[in-house]
Design a protein around this ligand. Structure first.
Ligand SMILES: Cc1cc2nc3c(=O)[nH]c(=O)nc-3n(C[C@H](O)[C@H](O)[C@H](O)COP(=O)(O)O)c2cc1C
Length: 166
């Protein structure tokens, strides 16, 4: 396989941008992720590829729950904030207000919406593991005026040189 071709072709996959959050007994995690998709209607399942050696992965596993916070088109700066490990001070997550969701996961206040998931299984393959979550709560914070998927920040909105994949 040609490595450059592999990279170019895999980078054709379009991605939304999300902030994944979790709370394991007071240890909070928040990371910007893109390896996300819904994978079933009944029950509603989503899967997320999470870096297996990250603090976020450890926290999600310990919490057995997580939230996916949906960023809007104008929230590029927020995406960049959560590429770095989250810091908690003054009751905020890297400067962002949040509230505790029904699963205990932090739900950001200034986002389009969020789903809360209970972890149902993990596929341990490769340097990122696939975390499967059942959606148990949905927060529609800013109802979209058009297609919901037109409102979300996408990888291609982050600039010509930002990729995660390939
Ligand atoms: C554009 C971009 C997309 C990313 N997507 C993911 C992802 O889907 N899964 C993941 O585990 N990390 C992803 N990351 C890395 C995390 O944002 C970052 O490493 C993480 O917040 C650090 O987490 P930690 O402090 O818990 O170790 C991405 C980074 C960038 C720059």
């Amino acid at each position: 396989m040609n490595a450059d071709d592999k990279k170019a072709v895999l980078r054709m996959i379009p991605y939304g941008i999300y902030v994944l959050t979790a709370d394991a007994d007071g240890t909070l995690a928040a990371s910007t992720v893109n390896w996300v998709t819904q994978s079933a209607f009944a029950p509603p399942l989503v899967v997320v590829g999470i870096k297996a050696d990250s603090g976020t992965y450890k926290t999600v596993k310990a919490a057995q729950a997580f939230a996916l916070n949906m960023l809007g088109k104008d929230q590029k700066a927020l995406a960049f904030t959560f590429f770095r490990p989250a810091d908690v001070s003054d009751g905020k997550l890297s400067g962002q207000s949040f509230r505790k969701g029904t699963t205990g996961a932090p739900v950001l206040i200034d986002v389009l919406g969020a789903v809360e998931c209970r972890l149902t299984s993990i596929v341990e393959q490769g340097d990122h593991h696939i975390v499967v979550g059942e959606v148990v709560e949905a927060h529609l914070i800013k109802p979209p005026s058009g297609r919901p998927d037109a409102a979300i920040l996408e990888m291609k909105d982050l600039g010509d040189n930002v990729f995660y994949g390939g």
